[in-house]
Design a binder for this molecule. Structure first.
Ligand code: HEM
Length: 417
C-alpha cells in the first residue's frame, strides 16, 4: 500500500532556514510536498510497477528499433555522452530546487556504489557503481527502504537522455546534490557502464547496519571490503550532515522533531543536524556534543568519537571544515568509482578545470591498461621535451630536429676539413 503524504507544505520559511543561501535565494519556495513510501509499501507499490513498466518500455522501444535507447535492459549498455551528462546535471539542479531531495539522492548514489567487494575481480559480480539499484530485487533489500522515491525522481531525466546510464546518473545526482547543498566540488569522472539484468544485482547484506553489536569493527569489516580506510569511513559518514532517518523506513529515528515537522519535502523523520539541507561540518560538532534530543546519533555515528583511530579524524573535522571538505571530496569521488566499469576505460571529466584525461592508452590497443606508474613515466618523458601525451606533437617539432641534425652535420664537416 502506498502512503502518499501529500500535505501541501508551506515551505517558505522552512526551506530558507535549511538551504545554503545561494540555493535558497534562487529557489521558488512554494511547492507541493513529495511522495513518501514506507519500505513495505514500496515492495508492492503501483509506483514501483510503473517504474518497472517504464524501464520495460524502454527495452521494447529499443528492440523494435524505433528509438535507440541504451537503458535498463538494452543489449549494449554503452556509456553516457559528456553533452548529455552536462544537460542532465542542469535538470538535476532544477529538481533539487523544487523537491529538496538532496539527501535521498546522496543515499541513492552511496547505496549503488557501496555494494563493492574488492576481493571479487569480475564485473559485475564485484558490485559497486553499476546501476544495479534500479532493479526491483535490489530496491527491496532492507537497507534500501525508501530509495524507490529517489529512482522515481530521476527516471524522467533518465528517459530524456538516450545515452545516459543509470550508473552515471546516480553518481551525477549524488555529487550534484552535495555541491548544491554547499559542499565541496567533487572531482568526478563519468562513463560508467550499466549492468543489464536483475540477475547481476549483488546479494543482500553488503551495506552497513546502523546498530551492530560492535560498531567499530562492523564499519571496518564493511568499508575495508570496499577498499576504503579509516579516514574515508569518518569523512564519508559526514554525509549525514544532510537528511533524516525515518522509523518507517530504516527503523531508526523519531517520527518527527522540531527540525523536521515542517519539511522541506515530506515532513517527519529525525535529522543528524539542525540545518539538514546544508552540507557543512555540523554533523561532527553535533554528534560530539550530543546535547540536543531532537538530533539523531546512530551507534555507528557515536563510535566515530569513541574509537581512537576514528576519533582522530572526527575531532579534526569538528573544528576544521576545510579539512573535512577536502577529505570528503576525495573520499566521495573514490566511493563513486568503486566497482565501476568505465567506457572509455579511464573515464572522462565534465569540467575543464580538472586535468585532461590521459589518452596514451589508446596507442596500445589490444594490450592491457597501462599501470599508473607507467602513465606517469610516459607523461614525464613527454613533458621533458615540452609535449603532452594528450596532444599530438606539432609537425614542426620533427622539422626542428632535422634542421638541428643538418646544422650539426654541416658544422662537423667544416671542422673536419
Ligand atoms: C557508516 C555507515 C552508515 C550507516 C550505518 C548508515 C545508516 C543510515 C540510516 C539508518 C539512514 C536512515 C535511512 C532512512 O530511514 O530513510 C541513513 C540515511 C542517510 N545516509 Fe547513511 N549510513 C552510513 C553511511 C553513509 C554514507 C557513507 C553516506 C554517503 C556518503 C550516507 C548518506 C546518507 C544520507 C544522505 C542519508 C539521508 C537520506 C534521506 O534523508 O532520505 N550514509 N543512513
Amino acid at each position: 500500500m502506498v502512503s502518499l503524504s501529500a500535505a501541501a507544505v508551506t515551505t517558505t520559511t522552512a526551506a530558507t532556514r535549511f538551504l545554503p543561501a545561494s540555493t535558497a535565494s534562487a529557489t521558488s519556495l512554494s511547492y507541493r510536498s513529495s511522495l513518501s513510501l514506507s519500505s513495505a509499501s514500496a515492495r508492492s507499490s503501483p509506483l514501483l510497477s510503473r517504474l518497472v513498466h517504464s524501464q520495460k518500455s524502454s527495452l521494447r522501444r529499443f528492440s523494435t528499433g524505433r528509438i535507440g535507447y541504451s537503458t535498463v535492459s538494452s543489449p549494449k549498455c554503452a556509456a553516457s555522452s559528456p553533452e548529455q551528462l552536462k544537460s542532465a546535471r542542469e535538470d538535476i539542479k532544477e529538481l533539487l530546487k523544487t523537491k529538496f531531495c538532496h539527501p535521498i539522492l546522496v543515499r541513492l548514489g552511496w547505496h549503488d556504489a557501496g555494494t563493492y567487494n574488492k576481493n571479487i575481480e569480475e564485473w559485475p559480480q564485484r558490485g559497486g557503481a553499476n546501476g544495479s539499484l534500479r532493479f526491483e530485487i535490489e530496491l527491496k533489500h532492507g537497507a534500501n527502504a525508501g530509495l524507490v522515491n529517489a529512482l522515481k525522481l530521476l527516471q524522467p531525466i533518465k528517459d530524456k537522455y538516450s545515452s545516459l546510464t543509470y550508473a552515471d546518473l546516480f553518481q551525477l545526482a549524488s555529487a550534484t546534490a552535495i555541491e548544491e547543498a554547499g559542499g565541496p566540488k567533487i572531482p568526478m569522472k563519468y562513463g560508467r557502464v550499466d549492468i543489464s539484468e536483475p540477475e547481476q544485482c549483488p546479494e543482500e547484506g553488503r551495506l552497513p547496519d546502523a546498530g551492530p553489536p560492535s560498531p567499530a569493527s562492523h564499519l571496518r569489516d564493511v568499508f575495508y571490503r570496499m577498499g576504503l580506510n579509516d579516514k574515508e569511513i569518518v569523512a564519508l559518514s559526514g554525509a549525514h550532515t544532510l537528511g533524516r532517518s525515518r522509523p518507517e523506513r530504516s527503523g531508526w529515528g523519531k517520527p518527527e522533531t522540531k527540525y523536521t515537522k515542517e519539511g522541506p519535502g515530506a515532513p517527519g523523520g529525525q535529522s543528524w543536524t539542525a540545518q539538514w539541507l546544508k552540507f557543512d561540518n555540523s554533523y561532527f560538532k553535533d554528534i560530539k556534543e550530543k546535547i540536543d534530543e531532537d538530533l539523531l546519533v546512530l551507534p555507528t555515528d557515536a563510535v566515530l568519537f569513541e574509537d581512537p583511530q576514528f576519533k582522530e579524524y572526527a575531532e579534526k573535522y569538528a573544528v576544521d571544515q576545510d579539512a573535512f571538505f577536502k577529505d570528503y571530496a576525495e573520499a566521495h569521488a573514490k566511493l563513486s568509482n568503486l566497482g565501476a566499469k568505465f567506457d572509455p576505460t579511464e573515464g572522462f571529466s565534465l569540467d575543464a578545470s580538472q586535468p585532461e584525461k590521459f589518452v596514451a592508452a589508446k596507442y596500445s590497443t589490444g594490450k592491457s591498461e597501462l599501470s599508473d606508474a607507467m602513465k606517469q613515466k610516459i607523461r614525464a618523458e613527454y613533458e621533458g621535451f615540452g609535449g603532452s601525451p594528450d596532444k599530438p606533437l606539432g609537425s614542426n617539432y620533427f622539422l626542428n630536429i632535422i634542421i638541428v641534425i643538418a646544422v650539426l652535420a654541416l658544422v662537423t664537416s667544416l671542422v673536419m676539413n
